[in-house]
Design a protein around this ligand. Structure first.
Ligand SMILES: NC(=O)c1ccc[n+]([C@@H]2O[C@H](COP(=O)([O-])OP(=O)(O)OC[C@H]3O[C@@H](n4cnc5c(N)ncnc54)[C@H](OP(=O)(O)O)[C@@H]3O)[C@@H](O)[C@H]2O)c1
Length: 321
């Protein structure tokens, strides 16, 4: 597994990491804890050294499972996230910074995450939403500095609002953030416009989330797919959307001249193209997905000619709200 630098942190993260939202198992149906633990263990065996979770995934359940693995593999690099105190997703520019991330909230939630994880230090603590109007506002930075001084976190990152890669540019330029986590995939190519160049200029790490567009880019979502009630994908892929993604992914496979079965591999290799990208974190709850996604990483980034074929497939759709 090739490692890449996470910006200025000095951390060397595996270029394929593991996203642990599904491991929380509330918004994502169909997985078991045993499968998730086996998937994480296999990932580590194959060289994955970076797992992303959040305090809200399964109300701490994802953190507890990830912590179990971390205690067995102390070298594992863990990133987690603090929810905004006002539960406002996405963050609004008119919201006061302290309504979302006061120093007291940042510290209290981090201490709760440390208890869930069963460890003393979080490698990368992230805000789960962000507004650039908060640069220079409120007490959040004092909270982060206190946590760093106390050895409770090593680095600070921000998970950017869905489909709003430009909403973190001021923070990136401010020098206050070590990493950003952003949606980037064959459909949502927008971070290439401004965010990736800004991160490279400022040596800020980039964690690519949702590289498979919540499963759309696996080629497995068809017009007939039925998600369990309560599974977030039931609304993400509501109405005509399943038909739309089904038609789109077939065109992508045809343009790349690969069978549909190779789409997950091509989707991950697309994300590995920009030098700005530190790690790509597909959600994975099975050993089978771990093995095929690690193999995709081994195959390396797509070629410039393949990337050119994917340019016309840019299609930003914010189906979260
Ligand atoms: N706001 C935020 O900060 C935010 C929001 C969303 C996501 N994230 C982070 O980003 C991570 C990744 O995003 P995501 O999990 O939402 O979506 P994703 O990675 O785009 O897609 C995950 C889906 O793809 C499936 N999959 C993975 N590898 C596959 C393969 N080789 N073949 C077929 N299917 C495959 C997974 O199945 P299985 O689960 O069954 O393995 C799951 O259904 C999350 O886990 C989380 O850590 C953060």
């Amino acid at each position: 597994m090739r490692n890449r630098k996470l910006g200025r942190t000095g951390l060397e993260v595996s270029q394929i990491g593991l996203g642990a939202w599904g491991i929380g198992a509330d918004a994502w149906k169909g997985g078991t804890d045993a499968d998730s633990l086996a998937a994480m263990s296999r990932a580590i065996e194959l060289g994955v050294n970076f797992i992303d979770t959040a305090i809200v995934y399964g109300s701490g359940h994802s953190e507890k499972l990830v912590g179990q693995i971390k205690r067995e593999h102390p070298e594992l690099i863990i990133a987690t996230k603090i929810n905004p105190a006002n539960w406002e997703w996405p963050a609004k520019d008119t919201t006061a910074a302290d309504d979302a991330f006061s120093a007291a909230h940042v510290i209290a939630r981090t201490e709760e995450s440390l208890r869930n994880l069963g460890i003393d230090t979080i490698d990368v603590q992230q805000f789960h939403v962000w507004s650039d109007s908060w640069v220079g506002q409120g007490t959040w930075l004092e909270g982060i500095e206190q946590l760093k001084a106390d050895g409770k976190i090593r680095f600070f990152g921000v998970s950017v609002n869905d489909c709003q890669p430009n909403s973190v540019l001021k923070l990136v330029e401010s020098g206050l953030v070590d990493s950003v986590q952003v949606i980037y995939n064959i459909f949502d190519q927008a971070p290439e416009d401004n965010l990736f160049p800004a991160c490279e200029r400022n040596n800020v790490g980039v964690i690519v989330r949702v590289p498979l567009d919540e499963g759309a880019l696996t080629g497995k979502v068809t017009p007939d797919t039925v998600f369990e009630e309560g599974d977030f994908r039931d609304t993400y892929f509501a109405g005509e959307r399943k038909q739309q993604v089904w038609e789109s992914v077939q065109k992508i496979a045809a343009d790349l001249e690969v069978p549909l079965e190779r789409l997950p591999e091509m989707a991950l290799r697309f994300c590995l193209v920009p030098d700005a990208v530190s790690t790509v974190i597909p959600g994975m709850r099975s050993v089978r997905h771990v093995e095929s996604n690690v193999a995709a990483g081994e195959a390396g980034p797509l070629s410039p000619a393949q990337v050119e074929k994917l340019r016309p497939h840019r299609w930003v759709h914010d189906w979260y709200h």
